[in-house]
Design a protein around this ligand. Structure first.
Ligand code: NDP
Length: 496
């Protein structure tokens, strides 16, 4: 139980005696109302810390700090700005172990996943945008013998970054890094459910000497502090990742305020699996795509469409694997599946399984809460669940569950597969599994999602546009898209 023993070491980090504080103007401070919320460890179901229940007043203070920091930060030499981001990346790498431990405890994800994916990716986000800011160029448009236009891409100013609980530091830094790289000052809020690594990021900023007020991190409820960030008149752009209903609410509130808004929302991602795929490899990869991080990745496959010729074989192999995957203490090094993030979320996921049964679904694997062992007896564990026999219009094929629950159904032709996949309000990501190159390209063109992976899943190049269409969001993150979002283009026209 090395990792469990090591939990006490986390309290050596300033601010992390399990009472988290806001990070404003380069300093940790209590919320002005002195009000705190409980932080619950999903693997044990026990309160293990407190987090600020911040409100409008804390946002006001953070905005003041950002306002003071902005003139120097936006005009800083690009190389110096890049150096700060690179130093943050290096410090995240240096703190891989404590950060991964904090992430696993806070979120319930296996510590091996946090070490392999979440924390390294947070470092990569800073590295990538450290390079991106020095490579970012703007356009020039010549008008024949008349004039020349050039576009300035200037920082937006003070921006808000709001992120969800599923990949806490990974998604938090995916927004903050480009915002800082483009010369903005940031007010950021992690999910109230997983605040810990975001709080530790403040200490990293102190350590590398990031100028005060450039990054401010506030904690608390979305409906209070999140909303106050979105609606603050001096915060000029909001980059939000979270649920579709929250995105709709924010979009409604901000429409008359004419703020820049990027929305990365939910998904209901189809996997199209054809007879001619490399079946063994596909079974392993689709299994991972379905259940990684307890199925709590916006990109996870949740609707599996399998061509009839391999349907039974594919289904049996998947069910067998699901039955062998036993959720366990996230802090054990060999755990492959951890806890669901919260009791409320576990109940929500379980309620979808009940709806599936009522709508005629057969539970092929899982479907039940699991009791953990030792310190995890009151944790929120759920078996990986596979459901068959639902119509494509059934609730579990149309609504996002965001847990370790997938549906599976057969199809015969490419046209059928495409129609089933596209019968959705969402449009985030799809995977296609086939060795037929023409089919893969044709389907990729016709499928209504922002991202398509062929014979792979979650293979990421940070330069590519990232995001979804329809109810999965508006706008794209990643590479140039992010740098453009966090800058205001200004055209300058010079007549000869
Ligand atoms: P929520 O929409 O509940 O919350 C996301 C963030 O927004 C949290 O920090 C939350 O704070 C905050 N928030 C909530 N209400 C408001 C509000 N009115 N104004 C401002 N901020 C608010 O999503 P979850 O945290 O439950 O995350 C899961 C969702 O995120 C899933 O739908 C998933 O698909 C989606 N997601 C999308 C991704 C993408 O790239 N498209 C990537 C990852 C996840 P608090 O926690 O306090 O409520």
């Amino acid at each position: 139980m090395d990792n469990v023993d090591n939990l006490s070491n986390l309290s050596n980090l300033k601010n992390l005696d399990n009472t988290i504080e806001n990070f404003i103007d380069g300093q940790y401070q209590a919320p002005l109302n002195n009000n705190y919320l409980d932080n619950i460890e999903p693997a044990t179901g026990l309160v293990y810390g407190k987090i600020p229940n911040s409100d409008q007043d804390d946002v006001e203070q953070a905005v003041k700090a950002a306002e003071q920091a902005l003139p120097a930060w936006r005009s800083l030499d690009l190389e110096q700005r890049a150096d700060y981001l690179m130093a943050i990346a290096q410090e995240i790498e240096h703190q891989l172990e404590p950060l991964a431990l904090a992430e696993a405890q806070d979120n319930g994800k296996p510590i091996s996943l946090a070490k392999m994916v979440d924390i390294p990716r947070a470092a990569s986000n800073f590295k990538f945008f450290a390079h991106a800011c020095s490579q970012f160029a703007s356009e020039s448009h010549a008008m024949n013998n008349t004039a020349i236009n050039y576009t300035l891409r200037q920082p937006v100013g003070i921006v808000g970054c709001i992120s969800p609980w599923n990949l806490p530091l990974y998604l938090f830094t995916w927004k903050i890094a480009p915002a800082l790289a483009a010369g903005n000052c940031v007010i950021a809020k992690p999910s109230e459910i997983t605040p810990k690594t975001a709080a530790m990021l403040g200490e990293i900023c102190q350590k590398v000497g990031l100028p005060k007020g450039v990054l401010n991190i506030l904690h608390g409820n979305g409906a209070t502090v999140g909303s106050a960030i979105c609606n603050h008149p001096k915060i000029k752009a909001i980059s939000f990742t979270g649920g579709t209903a929250t995105g709709a609410e924010i979009a409604t509130q901000l429409a008359p305020k004419f703020k820049k808004l990027s929305l990365e929302l939910g998904g209901k991602n189809p996997a199209l699996i054809f007879d001619d795929c490399n079946i063994d490899k596909t079974i392993n990869e689709v299994f991972r795509a379905s259940f990684a991080n307890q199925g709590q990745i916006c990109l996870c496959a949740s609707r599996l469409y399998v061509q009839r010729g391999i349907y039974e074989k594919f289904k049996s192999a998947l069910v067998e694997k699901a039955k062998k995957l036993i959720p366990a203490d996230p802090l054990l090094d060999d755990t492959k599946m951890g806890a669901i993030v919260s009791k409320a979320h576990l109940d929500k996921v379980l309620s979808y399984i009940e709806i599936a049964k009522e709508e005629g679904g057969t539970i092929l694997a899982g479907g039940k809460q699991v009791l953990g062992e030792g310190r995890c007896q009151r944790g929120y564990f759920l078996q990986p669940t596979i459901i068959e026999g639902l119509s494509n219009s059934a609730t579990c094929n149309q609504q996002e569950i965001f847990g370790p629950v997938i549906t599976i159904q057969p199809f015969d032709t490419d046209e059928q597969a495409l129609a089933l996949a596209n019968e959705s309000d969402y449009g985030l990501a799809a995977t296609i599994w086939t060795n037929n190159l023409s089919r893969a390209h044709q389907l990729a063109e016709q499928i209504n999602t922002g991202i398509v992976w062929i014979n792979c899943w979650l293979l990421r190049d940070l330069r590519t546009p990232f995001g979804g269409m329809n109810h999965s969001g508006v706008g794209r993150e990643g590479g140039l898209e992010a740098m453009r979002f966090f800058t205001e283009p200004k055209n300058v026209c010079i007549k000869y």
